[in-house]
Design a protein around this ligand. Structure first.
Ligand SMILES: [Zn+2]
Length: 479
């Protein structure tokens, strides 16, 4: 038996449909929108129940957060030590920290509250590029504690600082041969760990700490509430290992009809050796998708973070002379990984911050398409912050989409201008107008928890391109 129409009256409905941009009534049947119109259209809809609860409200379709992580719902169990003020899901305002001393003092407070000496102190959001001092080392963090192990994750998630006790717990010494383990001139590790391989021993030593944050029932609900408050009804979780526990939590949370968002987790692919098996697994997972949980996307991270100086750049490299960044996956392995997922019919999302990484990703997609032509694949480059006009033209010709990190313009635009890119290349970062000009389908994102979830703010960034200090970065790229 089908249900009768329920008709909602609103002060105004913004439809985002150009053939009928506004309306005042919406008819729902079987949980779906059946029709939208004005008072005059009502008699066409037959018998219905009128619901007036939104009569003085404006309705619009839900927003989509195209690149976020469910960690946003779990990291707040740890102290936030970022530069910008930030509000937690419980409404607490965490003041931004403007010096190493302020960071050390917040960590010392948190340390005093941890009674069990064996529990590590974890914190997140650290953003040292604003402090214009030399990098943080064990010397500063050891001031908080020489006995408790401490790890603080940078705002980018691509770097971490640890104290001497954590180096010992993770087994990192002057003899550790992992790229990204930074050392003092005397050969001892400084405690700054750059990219995932270097951070891995710490993740292993602290158990699931950071990695599983947000993947529990409570974390997912926190994430759902934060997303809902920003008007988001569909959100991506763009790097998920899809371990059994995590999948169970996703199915459990989204299976509750009160859970406020649809989630789209992307499987994080790591190596060429496992790509074939991984692709089969993602295909199997796709069969477990529901209305509110969509499996099937694949994520590859191939380089690092621009403000952490770990993104891979083409000539002329970093404006301040820093050495080029790190490959998260060796470029020689990338074509095989892309080809495997591509030929299985899956959609691939590739993190490329620097323009050299963008080039390698486009080469790999072109190689896969040559070997295995496929229409409407919609492979997407994520962040893709430095792409130039030639690279956008290439995306258009390969049918590649792009998902730009517009929030970066506000949060790090000033440091890109002064330190990482210099004025010329900073002005072309996150080039929405160029994407439009070449007809490359594009989205914009917050990458929460890197920056706060809020699609209207993200849209403001793409439209106005204002940095935190008020500079307009690349007037021609405003949309
Ligand atoms: Zn991300």
């Amino acid at each position: 038996m089908t249900q009768p129409f329920i008709v909602f009256r609103a002060r105004k409905i913004l439809t985002i449909n150009p053939t009928q941009p506004t309306a005042s009534y919406v008819a729902i049947k079987d949980g779906k929108i059946a029709a939208i119109g004005t008072r005059d259209d009502l008699h066409d809809w037959g018998k219905f129940d009128l619901d007036e609860r939104f009569a003085d409200k404006i309705l619009m379709p839900g927003l989509i957060e195209a690149h976020s992580h469910v960690h946003e719902g779990g990291l707040w169990q740890f102290p936030y030590v970022g530069y910008f003020d930030r509000r937690g899901p419980d409404g607490t305002l965490w003041k931004g920290l403007r010096s190493f001393d302020e960071v050390i003092s917040r960590l010392a407070d948190a340390n005093a509250k941890l009674l069990d000496p064996s529990v590590p102190l974890l914190a997140w959001g650290f953003d040292p590029i604003y402090f214009s001092t030399s990098p943080m080392t064990t010397r500063e963090l050891d001031r908080v504690s020489v006995t408790r192990s401490i790890a603080i994750l940078h705002a980018s998630f691509h770097l971490m600082n640890v104290n001497t006790a954590m180096l010992a717990k993770a087994g990192i010494t002057r003899d550790t041969q992992i790229e990204g383990v930074t050392c003092f001139p005397d050969g001892n590790p400084t405690g700054e760990l750059r990219e995932f391989a270097a951070m891995f021993p710490v993740h292993r030593a602290i158990g699931n700490g950071f990695r599983a944050a947000g993947q529990t029932r409570e974390g997912l609900w926190n994430f759902g509430r934060v997303a809902q408050l920003a008007g988001v009804t569909t959100a991506t979780d763009l790097s998920n290992e899809l371990l059994d526990d995590g999948v169970d939590a996703l199915i459990g949370a989204t299976g509750d009809r009160r859970f406020p968002v649809r989630l789209v987790p992307a499987f994080r692919a790591l190596t060429a050796a496992s790509a074939k098996q991984d692709a089969q697994r993602v295909v199997m997972m796709r069969n477990r998708s529901t209305e509110k949980l969509r499996f099937g996307a694949v994520k590859l991270i191939i380089d690092g973070s621009i403000q952490g100086f770990t993104a891979r750049l083409r000539w002329p490299g970093y404006h301040n002379g820093s050495p080029n960044g790190l490959w998260v996956i060796p470029p020689s392995e990338i074509p095989a990984i892309v080809e495997n997922f591509h030929s299985t019919g899956l959609q691939i999302h590739i993190h490329t911050n620097g323009d050299e990484a963008t080039q390698v990703a486009l080469d790999a997609i072109e190689h896969a398409l040559t070997k295995c032509p496929r229409r409407d694949h919609r492979h997407t480059l994520h962040h893709c912050q430095m792409a130039d006009a030639a690279q956008f033209r290439r995306m258009a010709s390969l049918g590649v989409c792009v998902n730009l990190f517009s929030n970066h313009i506000y949060y790090w635009g000033d440091v890109h201008y002064a330190q990482t890119m210099g004025p010329d290349r900073a002005n072309r970062m996150n080039a929405s107008a160029t994407a439009l000009r070449f007809g490359v389908p594009f989205a914009i994102h917050s990458d929460a928890p890197i920056t706060p979830i809020g699609p209207l703010f993200t849209a403001w960034c793409a439209v106005n391109r204002c940095t935190a200090s008020g500079r307009v970065l690349g007037r021609a790229e405003r949309i």
